[in-house]
Design a protein around this ligand. Structure first.
Ligand code: AMP
Length: 133
């Protein structure tokens, strides 16, 4: 059965896309902890990140690294934090979250709300920052 993230990749569910390549897709988390909170996923539907084969696993993190650099450029912060949780959606994903302090990566924090236009602008800002890499 397709996960919600596979449906996003197939275009069956909308997303605020940041970037993609042959194997990976990056889009905004709809319940962001911080402005710029992005999810990176493999297009291959694999639940548990440590079940990815070595080649895909390595490329997954290299892809996330490029996205993280763009997030930091678009939304300056102390560091972009990375978390792999996966308890909600059974499709491997890396959370990339701009952090200014320790508490910014607490998933129990209240989530931010943005309008559709704001989400589109955030995704576009990060996408533009990738282009000037
Ligand atoms: P977890 O599986 O615990 O790492 O959490 C899954 C994350 O996916 C949560 O932060 C959700 O807000 C996010 N999420 C779930 N559905 C969507 C969606 N359709 N678009 C964007 N983000 C989503």
């Amino acid at each position: 059965m397709d996960t919600v993230f596979t449906k996003i990749i197939k275009g069956e569910i909308p997303s605020y896309k940041v970037t993609e390549d042959k194997n990976f897709y990056a889009f905004l988390d709809i319940n962001p902890l911080k402005k710029g909170h992005t999810l990176v996923i493999p297009k291959k539907q694999v639940d548990y990140v440590f079940d990815l084969d070595d080649e895909l696993y390595k490329d997954f993190f290299l892809f996330a690294k490029r996205v993280a650099k763009a997030i930091k450029k678009a939304y300056p912060c102390v560091k972009v934090g990375m978390a792999v949780i996966g308890l909600e959606v059974p499709h491997a994903h890396i959370h990339l979250v701009p952090m200014d302090e320790m508490g910014d990566l607490q998933f129990s924090n209240p989530k931010l709300q943005f309008t559709k236009e704001e989400f589109l602008e955030i995704a576009s800002n990060i996408a533009s920052a990738m282009e000037i890499e």
